[in-house]
Structure formats: structure tokens, C-alpha cells
Design a protein around this ligand. Sequence first.
Ligand code: NAP
Length: 323
Amino acid sequence: MFAVYVERPDRDDPLGALVLGDRPEPQVPDGWATVTVRAASVNHHDVWSLRGVGLKDQYLPMILGCDAAGLDEDGAEVIVHGVIASPGWSGDETLDPQRSLLSEKHPGTFAERVAVPRHNIVPKPSGLSFEAAACLPTAWLTAYRMLFTQVQLAEGDTVVVQGASGGMSTSLIMLARAAGYRVWVTSRDADSRERALQIGAHQAFESGERLPERVDAVMETIGRATWSHSVKSLRAGGTLVTSGATSGDLEVGELRHIFFRQLKIHGSTMGTRDELDALARFMADRGVEPLVDRILPMDQAADGIRAVKDGEVFGKIVLTRVP
Ligand SMILES: NC(=O)c1ccc[n+]([C@@H]2O[C@H](COP(=O)([O-])OP(=O)(O)OC[C@H]3O[C@@H](n4cnc5c(N)ncnc54)[C@H](OP(=O)(O)O)[C@@H]3O)[C@@H](O)[C@H]2O)c1
């Protein structure tokens, strides 16, 4: 079958490590099922995989892709949950120390077909297109868990989203707005601030700018560049949720602010199968459509992955199956 994969990762030239071609059909162990991919979406994870980060030699060559929507073996429209728990694990998959994400140990979604445990197959609401549904399993699911599981906010509470343009930031802005929160965004770029307002932010500030008042919660995916501002922007007892470090790990932890104002800091990663199911229904019920930067046929995956690598996206990049 046609697939987009990495054979020899290259730390310095990730796009040079990308291969388009033929791969064997997925193996389907007991309890697993095959999904025919109709749409998949690109994540920063695919760039890391091409660089060899988090990908062991024994699993090469590896088909890329963590997210997909498609048809199950009975022709039902489904979404694929990309967190694969270890055999015998029960409960919250994101807490399984042996878990992996599709394309780390098991072939990913940039292919005609992908095999996953049956438990990982979630019904796709008819109100969501395949392209929209393919955006949900990584960025949107992570945003959903950050906003609704790791912190309890009430309608009208103020939440800051650090960064405006990436798949995570745009999904956080749109979900927080749909939930009735007051949404403030920061960005280095004037165009991105303007676009953040168009997709639901109430106010947009320059990165690092002093805010008019302290806020109830901050959503952090950037790390070193914004951490200090995130901590200083919280009201006493406020919550910082962190799920990424695009600009690198911390130099300054701001401990005095954290203990004196009794802040809560939650790490967050991906989400469970049931949260993906709840997210899909939330989107369909509220009429929220993921922001899609562009849709490309899967044989143009290099263009999509390059745009994510270079930060030249606003929203998600979706890959559709090659006819
Ligand atoms: N833990 C998990 O389960 C999980 C799941 C998904 C993603 N993630 C992580 O979340 C992060 C975000 O991912 P993404 O796909 O949305 O896109 P990304 O391309 O990694 O990040 C784009 C965002 O980062 C901001 N940014 C980048 N460098 C910056 C800098 N030096 N200073 C200030 N802002 C900077 C940009 O804000 P501007 O508006 O200012 O340009 C933009 O909003 C990544 O680190 C990813 O690995 C984690």
C-alpha cells in the first residue's frame, strides 16, 4: 500500500529523511482492526520522528502520522485514537508508562490503511467531515484535556493561551471560546494576533506584554520563551497547564511566584479514548470546526510537514488519501 515513512532519520535534514512509496499491509493482531484512512493530519511529532527523536532503530522503517479518520472494517465512519496502551493496561491510557503514540512502535496513519486496537476506534459524528475529524486525535485532544480535565473553570473565567498560530494554540482558543470562557491570547506576530481575534479570542497581546489583570488559568505549549509571563499572569490560586516546550526547557522556574501565590501547575499529555469521544461530540453539538490551514493529497506530505517545521501554518494541515 502507499505510505509516507521514514527509513533513515536525519537530525539536521528531516525532510531529506522522508520517503513516499510502498509499504506492506499492516499486521492485525487479535483485538486489533484495520481502518481505511480517508484523512490524516500533520503534527510537530512527525518532524521529530524524521529527526529520529523518540524513534528506536528497531522500529524503522516507520510510517508517520498520529491522527486519522476513515472507515472501519464494516464501513462505519470512525476516528482513530493514537495513544496505544500496553497489552493488559486498563484505565487512563495516558498514565501507562509503556504507552506509545501511533508511528512510534506501531505504523502510523500516513498510509492507505492503519491497524489499531479496537478500543482505539471512536465513532465519527456525522456532523464532522473526515478532514475535520482527522485534526482531533492529537492537537485538539491535548487541548481538550488541558482545558476541561486538568483545570475546572466556570463560564466567564479568563484563560490565557500562549501563542496564536500553531495547531495547539488555535484549538485551545476555539475550544475555550466555545466553552464560554474569556479568551486572551499572546503572539509575537501582529497578523497572528489579528487572526486569533477572528477565530474567537476576546483580546490579543504581544508576547510578554503585561496583561490588564491577572487570570484564572494559562495554557502553555511554548516553554522557555513564555513561562515567566505565564506564571506572573496568574491570579492567586490560578492554574497553569503545560503540554509543550517548542522554545525549549526552562531556565527560570519563577518558584517565588509559584509558592507565594499558591499556583497550581499541571502537566498534561494527549488524552484518553473517552475524552476523544467526548471531544468529537462536543465539536459536532456546538458546531465547532477545527481550523484547517490547508488540505493536501498524501503524496504532497513533504509540503505539509515542511510548513509545520518552519512554523508557516495557521491551524492544522490535513492530508487526504491518494485516489
Ligand atoms: N504533550 C502532548 O501531548 C502534546 C500534544 C501536541 C503537541 N504538543 C506540543 O505542543 C507544542 C505546540 O505544538 P503545535 O503543533 O501547536 O506547534 P508548534 O509549531 O510547535 O508551535 C507553534 C506555536 O509556538 C509559538 N512559538 C514558537 N516559538 C516561539 C518562541 N520562541 N517564542 C514564543 N512563541 C513561540 C508560536 O506562537 P506565535 O503566535 O508567537 O508565533 C505558535 O503559536 C509543541 O511543542 C508540541 O510538541 C504536545
